[in-house]
Write a protein that binds this ligand. Structure first.
Ligand code: RB5
Length: 158
């Protein structure tokens, strides 16, 4: 179970971040809140997405949560940071399977897509999940890492 998590949101995600952050703390998680600290209607999601992604990539925290309006912009930004594997998840299956099979380390949420109750269940599924250390998942993850390092894999999976 992951107990340390970074969180960030632009104006589109701010209301959901304001709801999730105290709830995470009440449930024993150490939360690194990377903003926005207040609702700033003109702010830009890449700034918060990058801050969370860098906290995860630098191993300051093992997991991150980024919230924007849709979860999509946040995800696009986060996946540009080497070492980050982000996915937009609005259901609990994707949230835990993304970690178990794909070693997803950043969850992206759309505050205009999910309500607080479902978002809490999705976050819980994400944070409680662990990567399954089986050869097939390791092999696929290694291919992802090879692509990331520009060492494109050519062989088909066994
Ligand atoms: C902000 O209005 C909105 O465009 C942003 O939060 C996000 O949904 C982008 O993906």
């Amino acid at each position: 179970m992951t107990l340390r998590v970074a969180i960030g949101a632009d104006h589109g995600g701010f209301p959901l971040k304001a709801e999730l952050t105290p709830w995470l703390r009440e449930n024993g998680y150490e939360v690194l809140d990377l903003g926005a600290e207040t609702l700033i209607p003109t702010d830009d999601y890449p700034d918060y997405a990058l801050a969370v992604a860098e906290a995860v990539a630098s191993e300051k925290v093992p997991r991150g949560i980024i919230i924007c309006g849709s979860g999509i912009g946040a995800c696009i930004v986060a996946n540009k940071v080497p070492g980050v594997r982000a996915g937009p998840c609005h259901d609990t299956y994707s949230a835990h399977q993304g970690v178990e099979h794909d070693d997803m380390n950043v969850l992206c949420l759309g505050a205009r897509v999910v309500g607080g109750a479902l978002a809490r269940e999705v976050v819980e599924a994400f944070l409680k999940a662990e990567f399954i250390n089986e050869e097939r998942f390791q092999r696929r993850l290694q291919k992802v890492l090879d692509i990331e390092s520009k060492n494109m894999p050519r062989k088909k999976g066994g």
